[in-house]
Design a protein around this ligand. Sequence first.
Ligand code: NAD
Length: 473
Amino acid sequence: MAKNSEPNFYESVQRNFDKAARHTNLPEGLLEQIKVCNAVYYMQFPVKVGNHYQVIEAFRVQHSHHRHPTKGGIRFSQKVSQEEVMALAALMTYKCAIVDVPFGGAKGGVKISPRDYTPGQLERITRRYTTELVRKNFIGPAIDVPAPDYGTGAREMAWILDTYSALKGGDIDASACVTGKPVTQNGIRGREEATGRGVFYGIREVLNDKGLLKRMGLEPGTEGKTMAIQGLGNVGYYTGKISQEEGGFKIISVAEYEGAIYCKNGIDIDALVAHRKKTGSILDFPGAVNMEQRKQTLEVACDVLVPAALENQIRDDNVKKVKAKIIAEAANGPVTASAAEYLLKKGCVIIPDMYLNAGGVTVSYFEWLKNLSHMRFGRMEKRFDQNRYLNLVNLIERETGRSISDKEKSFITKGADEIDLVRSGLEETMVTAYHQIREVMKRKQKIEDLRTAAFVNALGKISSDYINMGVFP
Ligand code: NAD
């Protein structure tokens, strides 16, 4: 690849890695070991579709074995390729390090368009893919733990668990072989919303960061800020919903597969989802105008642009039309490395994917821990906390001679449920990781962008692991 030509997704990840590596003094061999993919499994298998057999191509890439298990979602998309899965697996390694989740990175891909298959056919494909992973020892609670990604969700994860359990009878930890499962099948409350909620926390941190905001001429705070979202799937939907409900954002444009809409007064995300369910499209949403092309959402003037669909959406051929002040990379790799260089020069802040969408893997980590402990979070301490708070409130009431309403009392004395603990753990993780990244920028004045700082932070942690293992003395 010529130095200034537009890199593909994998090349973008590598280019960003190299840029960050120059800010470290790690030995070349160690950097190379961190950068490469440790294991790539390419498979082709037949699945009966209608009256004929179709050969399906699929991948699982384990990028880094410096920690076990490896972890990363499974993507169902017609555009899946080995390089794409390698790029996504590499991002998982850096992501886990940034949020202190003790896994190596991995990713899976099945080259199909889910829209073209019935649920029964998708089930056969998912089960066969899982069987292939089991055969090659590419899945297991201590080996490699998949999760949802583009085109997959809790339903597919339930099929994976069922197939794995059937083949591995007697494994008491079988439910930890995959995360993102339905709550009724050993999943965890808060996993479905986790990536979008984490995206919201990350954006909120940036909007509270006066040092960064100065560059953009933005006032601190989320209330009333405008947002445009590309992709209303798992990540885009929850980012929009939570940003609107908890952050007071005004969502002025949304793009989906079928087109894009704009409304300067704001779009209610739940109403839009209900409209899409009813009509099959986000278009013709009451109060909004249809845009000519779906890609125009990326070009809307707004405070925060959230690409939440796929990689390479903002690239050399459209980057000059992007007017957002903050690009929040909810998707993986939505901005190419060369487009990012242009945006950074212009003063845009890019919140990098490997930090911003790490909420999914963070809560997947909680789910994995829950599965291994065979116990729901909060079960041991909820009543204990509740009784302690109640005794305290009763004591204060007695001593002051004043009493509070039952509603106030139950709010103050409530012990934490699983969902409360998951959200609290996620918020803590996203806030702490952001400040670690900013610390790197303060320590290394030459680093001007969050992505390079996030990478440097990840490289420090991963290299320490290798050194502690004695691989690189
Ligand atoms: P999803 O399949 O639930 O949703 C993606 C949506 O984007 C779909 O509704 C699709 O129709 C839409 N879309 C596709 N191309 C589009 C286009 N050109 N314009 C507008 N909309 C388009 O997938 P997801 O799980 O939300 O994943 C989205 C991105 O977030 C991916 O890059 C994925 O790797 C990343 N991600 C997902 C998770 C997770 O927990 N699901 C975690 C981290 C990162």
